[in-house]
Design a protein around this ligand. Structure first.
Ligand code: PLP
Length: 400
């Protein structure tokens, strides 16, 4: 019989994928399911980016490139950090991989061993904890509830640090909550880190460009040059430029870490796709006006969803600063009974009910380590969002 390796034995298939699979099966049965689960923009990759990829193919850029990014790609990443974040990196401090996820994977594989701890503010993107476990480390989940808009406080950080702590993981704007850290939110956390020189910081900035209402995005490495020697800043083109399928992400940090990450990558994927790198260069260095137009479209959808959810008795949704998710509380619905007599005991029950009754797929907070909440990804058309909200409202009304 099949016997999995110990390192993956305790890691289950993500709840998000399971819900996606159920929704897909219902669709195949002819049911009209609206899926608000996917973590990707519904927009298409911009034409100038596609053209750059086509040109790269025709030019013969179809061979292996340098292991962790071609020189031109690293130059584009340098330019991005200089332009958007005011940080000057050398190309030796930059690593390019097949998505931000691989950058994070490389970093944890390159640094974690048995007993090493990583502080992960919760709710969190599920992959963080699983990658940490695969790498042999221990995720230390710190519950960050709605009171502080799901953000980690300095006191919580201070209390979570032990001699075994290797990293603090921060994600702003956040998947799944959409909450973001302003400069004022970051400062006290960075002060704590300054006092604990053995703790490094991994800043996942993948939603950098999706922020609203004039929110000023900042990244820790720009705020605290004294900490630059232990910050890895991770970003990518997936979300900003609607390029999830191209698989390009990048990281910037201390050269010794970047070199160790390259060792991991050298024995897994080697270089990310040469064609995708050409496309990402165009995304990062070409016209940037697509970002503002899409941001505005996301903002309108966010407001539609937040207002629609708050109009439903029993649901409570704060207005997030960024990303394309809402993370609403459903405590007010628990204990209620469905028309066919089932009592909703958890956010998982509520989401299963929404899928069965309203034919709307959303993800329970439990999938991100926080209950009772549910995540909606609003990266879909306003028409579809309106229809989904109407269905959710009707399903909630039908509860007794
Ligand atoms: N980080 C966060 C918080 C995400 O939500 C995602 C994608 O869902 C990623 C990283 C990975 O992005 P990529 O497509 O670059 O691997």
């Amino acid at each position: 019989p099949f016997r999995p390796a110990a390192r993956i034995a305790e890691i289950g298939v993500s709840e998000i994928l399971q819900i996606g699979a159920r929704a897909a099966a219902m669709r195949r049965d002819g049911q009209d399911v609206i899926v608000l689960g996917a973590g990707e923009p519904d927009f298409d990759t911009p034409d100038n980016v596609k053209d750059a990829a086509a040109a790269a193919m025709r030019r013969g850029d179809t061979k292996y490139t340098a292991l962790d990014g071609s020189p031109a790609m690293k130059e584009a990443v340098r330019e991005k950090f200089r332009r958007d974040n005011g940080i000057e990196f050398s190309t030796a401090e930059i690593s390019v991989a097949a998505g931000a996820k691989q950058v994070i994977y490389n970093a944890f594989m390159a640094t974690l061993g048995t007993g090493d701890e990583v502080i992960v503010p919760t709710p969190y993107w599920t992959s963080y904890a699983d990658i940490i476990r695969i790498a042999g480390g221990t995720p230390v989940l710190v519950d960050c509830g709605p009171a502080n808009r799901f953000r980690l406080t300095a006191a919580q950080l201070e209390a979570a640090i032990t001699p075994a702590t290797r990293w603090l993981m921060l994600n702003s704007p956040s998947n799944p909550t959409g909450s973001a850290y302003s400069e004022a939110d970051y400062r006290p956390l960075l002060d704590v880190l300054r006092r604990h020189p053995h703790v490094w910081l991994l800043a996942d900035d993948i939603y950098e460009h999706i922020v609203y209402d004039g929110f000023r995005f900042v990244t820790p490495a720009a705020l605290e040059p004294a900490l630059r020697e232990r910050i890895l800043t991770v970003n990518g083109v997936s979300k900003a430029y609607a390029m999830t399928g191209w698989r390009i992400g990048y990281g910037a940090g201390p050269e010794a870490l970047i070199r160790a990450m390259a060792v991991v990558q050298s024995q897994s994927t080697s270089n990310p796709s040469s064609i995708s790198q050409a496309a990402a260069i165009e995304a990062l260095t070409g016209p940037q006006d697509v970002l503002a137009a899409r941001r505005e479209s996301f903002r309108a959808r966010r407001d539609l969803v937040v207002d629609g959810l708050n109009a439903i008795d029993g649901i409570d949704c704060s207005r997030p600063e960024g990303a394309f998710y809402t993370f609403a509380g459903c405590a007010g619905l628990l204990g209620r009974v469905t028309p066919d007599g089932r009592r909703l005991a958890s956010d998982r029950d509520f989401c299963a009910y929404l899928l069965d009754e309203a034919k709307v797929a959303v993800v329970p907070g439990s999938a991100f380590g926080a209950s009772p909440f549910f995540r909606i990804s609003y990266a879909t058309s306003q028409d579809e969002l309106r229809e989904a909200l109407a269905r959710i409202a009707m399903a909630c009304d039908a509860l007794r």
